[in-house]
Design a protein around this ligand. Structure first.
Ligand code: AMP
Length: 282
């Protein structure tokens, strides 16, 4: 394929998907904020395993950013994104303006309970998931896609969106994909491009510390002490740590030992002005 359809309105998106459905083809939607990297392309490839057609939305969603966050400076690299999606063989890009998603008079948000209130990202970004869920709910109903592909990189978000899609009978199956990493273990992220060379050299400490912690927990080291020491290692490497916690992999409830069920380690840490998140299974 040498080009890709770029649709900017809900009507054009619906028409494209309706045409595919009429031809008996299923559709996978991959919501993104653009500034695409190999992690996003892996989501497209996963979508192609489930559905004949893939649509990637590129929308830097203002309602999921707090006023002090990086909405204005979030990287916008549309031409490069489009070239990567052509190369990946995706079928369409949904690229709406803010006014298409939130026209004058817009006044609705999705209210979330459960995993959105687990005390992880929500503790530091209290309005974030409400914005994410609202835009995802709109994207799901706008597109009427059969599958929605999401990365485990944003683990709490994956749980929130999966819960919402089921609870609101949105008629879309959420497909998770494991985190794609750089060779040194750093989770790929659009925000990695904010890192200075010096910060980039430190950044893999996050994954290393989580891997070491996971090994200690599997080894039945006392969990609280192992977590506390991993937190200290991250801080002494130069990060400001928002959280590093061991949680139940499905409910996100706090755990105190291996016996409490499948464990997921989740963290958020700041390096200079850049906030990074990551998580791994134990
Ligand atoms: P964003 O990067 O915020 O635009 O996220 C768009 C989608 O890409 C979300 O489902 C993310 O979880 C996913 N994603 C971002 N980075 C990665 C990665 N390194 N590996 C897998 N999925 C990712």
């Amino acid at each position: 394929m040498t080009d890709i359809a770029v649709v900017e309105t809900v009507g054009a998106l619906r028409a494209a998907v309706a045409g595919w459905h009429a031809a008996g083809e299923q559709v996978a939607l991959i919501p993104t904020m653009g500034a695409l990297h190999e992690g996003h392309i892996a989501l497209v490839k996963e979508g192609q395993r489930h559905a004949r057609r893939t649509v990637i939305s590129i929308f830097v969603n203002p309602t999921q950013f707090a006023p002090h966050e990086d909405f204005k400076k979030y990287p916008r690299t549309f031409d490069n994104d489009r070239a990567m999606l052509v190369e990946a063989g995706a079928d369409a890009i949904f690229f709406p303006q803010v006014e298409e998603m939130y026209p004058p008079g817009y006044a609705t948000r999705v209210l979330l309970l459960g995993p959105a209130a687990a005390g992880l990202e929500d503790r530091f970004r209290p309005t974030h998931f409400e914005g994410v869920a609202t835009v995802c709910c709109k994207l799901f109903t706008q597109s009427r896609a059969d599958f929605g592909v999401f990365g485990e990189k944003d683990y709490q978000q994956l749980k929130v969106v999966t819960r919402m899609a089921a609870d609101l009978d949105l008629g879309i199956r959420i497909v998770p994909l494991a985190t794609i990493r750089e060779a040194d273990g750093l989770a790929m992220s659009s925000r990695n491009r904010y890192l200075s060379a010096e910060e980039r050299a430190i950044a893999p400490v996050l994954h290393q510390a989580m891997q070491a912690l996971a090994a200690r927990i599997r080894n039945e080291d006392p969990l609280f002490r192992a977590v506390t020491e991993a937190q200290a290692d991250i801080v002494s490497a130069g990060f400001e740590l928002d959280y590093l916690e061991a949680r139940h992999a499905e409910t996100l409830a706090p755990v105190t030992s291996l016996a409490d069920g499948p464990i997921r380690l989740l963290l958020a840490a700041r390096l200079g002005a850049t906030r990074l998140i990551d998580n791994i299974a134990v």
